[in-house]
Design a protein around this ligand. Structure first.
Ligand code: MRU
Length: 350
């Protein structure tokens, strides 16, 4: 996608360094973070310099490639095993992260060059899958559609294009009139900061709404459909996504509003049977207690927004049971949770 006229991917590798858009600074500053060693890439993942299913997969794949580049002659196998463990410990809910590490680890067993090539292949596939999701998803979007999305599943969350936003970009390209409701205004404001920034750059009409406004807007008939991303989809279709997704899915079901999950098949985890087996990441309470933003003088500041002395619970994801999901928009087409196809379609990595 273009930023100030220049084409960017969210994450890429040059030489032995991994480069990524510093997402914690957006929308206030646009900077590139360079991770010289695999450990720096792990740091970028845990601190959310890079985040979002596909971008995490690409970053983790690159981190694994860095491991092969860095591994010493002596104690090579132990170094690689420990480093793989370090990478996999960064964000436990993100299926793409495990998917990419596994592929690059396997390739690296043959040669360092193959590890790097595999990591680049994963990134290219992610961009291509996102583009296809846009094509299939666009077919579901009617003219004048009012679409809600949650968190950020745009190009910043993938290598390019995104998932939930890719159909929206495609609809815009086809000059369909659309309007987007954007939320995730807490805990990290990924919708309010990142999705809004993406849509503004793409000149797509949108409005930011507080997280607790969606059900009311649905009840009032203001929302025609909802498209969200996913961090992990298990065999029965239960879907882990950013905390807050579940409530919106239940509301959409109640009001008869189609609720779609857009995700590449690399996000499917068929080894896990049901959603209650998903490892849900809990993050530092400071993300709830403090917020970072820009003051009226243009200074970036972090301030406490909760009552001093009270603790906060920061569960990063929730799990939406498949019964609330109308369909999955994948790079291979749209499938419904009941279809056996969900199993077939996600065998790409097996
Ligand atoms: O706070 P984040 O950025 O870690 O939230 C996770 C996500 O990016 C989402 O859950 C997103 O909707 C699915 S991944 C594109």
């Amino acid at each position: 996608m273009k930023v100030k006229g220049k084409n960017y991917r969210t994450v890429w590798m040059e030489g032995s360094s991994v480069f990524m858009i510093e997402q914690n600074l957006l929308p206030f500053k646009f900077e590139i973070f360079e991770a010289k060693k695999y450990f720096d890439t792990c740091f970028a993942i845990t601190t959310m310099i890079v985040r979002g299913a596909g971008a995490l997969g690409a970053a983790a794949g690159y981190a694994m490639a860095q491991v092969f580049l860095e591994a010493p002659e002596e104690g090579r196998d132990e170094f690689i095993a420990q480093a793989r463990f370090d990478i996999e410990a960064t964000r436990p809910t993100a299926q793409n992260l495990f998917y990419a590490v596994k592929r690059v680890y396997k390739a690296g067993k043959h040669s360092v060059e193959q590890a790097v090539a595999e990591a680049n292949k994963i990134a290219d596939e992610d961009a291509e899958d996102s583009r296809s999701i846009g094509l299939y998803g666009n077919e579901l979007i009617k003219k004048n559609a009012k679409i809600a999305t949650h968190c950020n599943a745009g190009w910043l969350a993938f290598v390019d294009f995104g998932t939930a936003l890719s159909p929206i970009y495609m609809a815009k390209k086809e000059k369909k009139k659309i309007f987007v409701y954007v939320d995730e205004t807490r805990p990290r404001s990924q919708g309010a900061r990142l999705t809004a920034w993406e849509l503004k750059n793409a000149r797509i009409p949108h409005i930011i709404i507080p997280d607790n406004a969606t059900a009311y807007l649905m009840a009032k008939g203001k929302i025609d459909m909802m498209i969200v991303g996913a961090d992990r989809i298990v065999a029965n279709g239960d879907t882990a996504n950013k905390i807050g997704t579940l409530g919106k899915a239940i509301a959409a079901y109640e009001f008869g509003i189609p609720f779609y999950v857009a995700a590449p098949t690399s996000t499917f985890d068929l080894g896990t049977k049901t959603g209650n087996r998903i490892n849900i990441e809990e993050r530092n309470q400071d993300e709830v207690i403090y917020q970072t933003g820009m003051d009226r003088n243009g200074n970036i500041a972090t301030v406490q927004v909760t009552s001093p002395g009270s603790r906060a619970l920061n569960i990063a994801f929730d799990v939406t049971p498949s019964k609330y999901i109308t369909g999955f928009i994948t790079e291979k087409g749209v499938i419904t949770p009941e279809e056996d196809l969900i199993r077939e379609i996600a065998t790409k990595d097996e």
